[in-house]
Design a protein around this ligand. Structure first.
Ligand code: GTP
Ligand code: MG
Length: 175
């Protein structure tokens, strides 16, 4: 079995990708982070689905980079697109144009970070996007700061690689 790789990337900068990775790995919120976390492989025995997992961080605003650019995450088995839940006014347009630009063709997880900074949820904004892109497996709101849903995010990413739902799979039919 090949290690599953897991990439965090984002349409806009400073949403907390690097903080999320460091919170996951260090189990505490780092007050200061470098622009990019080192690439890391998490050993199978400490992951929820027992699969070694390679994590790659991307820095900066990727909408400015051209499609086919080598900086786009082309080798990932799953891509986590991180947004900031406090930026709800613009985030739906930004995510949609980003997903169209990148055309990932692998399972995508939408990750709303900084949930500690707002009450309520961004799901109303995110649900229409999930309906528009069948490659989006799930979405999760989390906080690198208070470690909320960080391990769940990791679990969803592994699950998306191991047990992807086919695009036409309708969970209602299988009940
Ligand atoms: P770039 O690499 O520059 O694109 O940024 P990034 O997406 O890696 O974000 P980074 O992890 O550098 O975090 C940006 C800022 O947001 C930092 O000041 C973090 O401390 C802060 N931050 C990250 N996650 C959270 C969170 O869950 N809650 C709060 N309140 N702040 C956060
Ligand atoms: Mg970063």
């Amino acid at each position: 079995w090949l290690p599953s790789s897991f990439v965090l990337c984002v349409p806009t900068a400073k949403v907390g990708k690097t903080s999320l990775i460091m919170s996951l790995v260090g189990e505490e919120f780092p007050e200061e982070v470098p622009p990019r976390a080192e690439e890391i492989t998490i050993p199978a025995d400490v992951t929820p689905e027992k699969v070694p997992t390679h994590i790659v961080d991307y820095s900066g605003n990727m909408t400015q980079k051209k499609k086919n650019s080598s900086s786009l995450p082309t080798q990932a088995n799953v891509v986590c697109v991180v947004y900031d839940v406090t930026n709800e006014d613009t985030i739906d347009k930004v995510i949609v144009s980003y997903l169209v630009l990148c055309d990932f063709r692998v399972p995508i997880i939408l990750v709303g970070n900084k949930s500690d900074l707002r009450c309520g949820s961004s799901m109303e904004t995110i649900l229409p996007i999930m309906n528009q892109f069948s490659e989006i497996e799930t979405c999760v709101e989390c906080s690198a700061k208070n470690l909320k849903n960080i391990s769940e995010l990791f679990y969803y990413a592994q699950k998306a690689v191991l047990h992807p739902t086919a695009p036409l799979y309708d969970p209602e039919d299988k009940q």
